[in-house]
Design a protein around this ligand. Sequence first.
Ligand code: AMP
Length: 189
Amino acid sequence: MTTFSDLGLNEILLRALAREGYEIPTPVQAQSIPALLQGRDLLGVAQTGTGKTAAFALPILHRLLEDRRRPAPHTARALILAPTRELATQIADSFRAYGQFFRPSVGVIVGGVSHRPQIDMLARGLDVLVATPGRLLDHVGSGRLKLAATEALVLDEADHMLDLGFIVPIRQIVAKLPKRRQTLLFSAT
Ligand code: AMP
């Protein structure tokens, strides 16, 4: 049986997983984590409840740990796009739980709330930014977030984002990202 340690994850993450009560990787985790640790791109078909959040969050955190440096102001080292505020918040909570022993900076940008705290957060720079596409694009358009140094992009529930009409903001966001990056796309269909 495969363990999280067999998958090659950093000790600091293994400690957090033990603390969270995760004993064995789910199939989507066992299948995707080794490839993602090598820096490969991934197209994953996985429903909610399969453990897909950890499948992408753990390799991203591992890679941040292997190359620890402060994110520059107005940048995010990893960007996760999600269709809804609720999902974005849950994903950020997962990153914080798995990162509890090294405390990466994790931020959420969603619509329907005031801009000011988001502007201040972006000014400091983030290790991990989880966002809905529309509000994120506002910040990119006004120069408060620069994507040229982003190392990894995750499109979570990509099918749902397309259903909600986010194709145009997603295209505009992707156009600002460096060509050399890791890209992950998860869809339920
Ligand atoms: P997700 O599919 O990412 O929404 O995860 C579904 C739920 O399973 C979440 O509550 C996770 O905390 C939990 N979970 C994910 N991976 C594991 C694991 N390997 N062992 C135990 N629980 C897990």
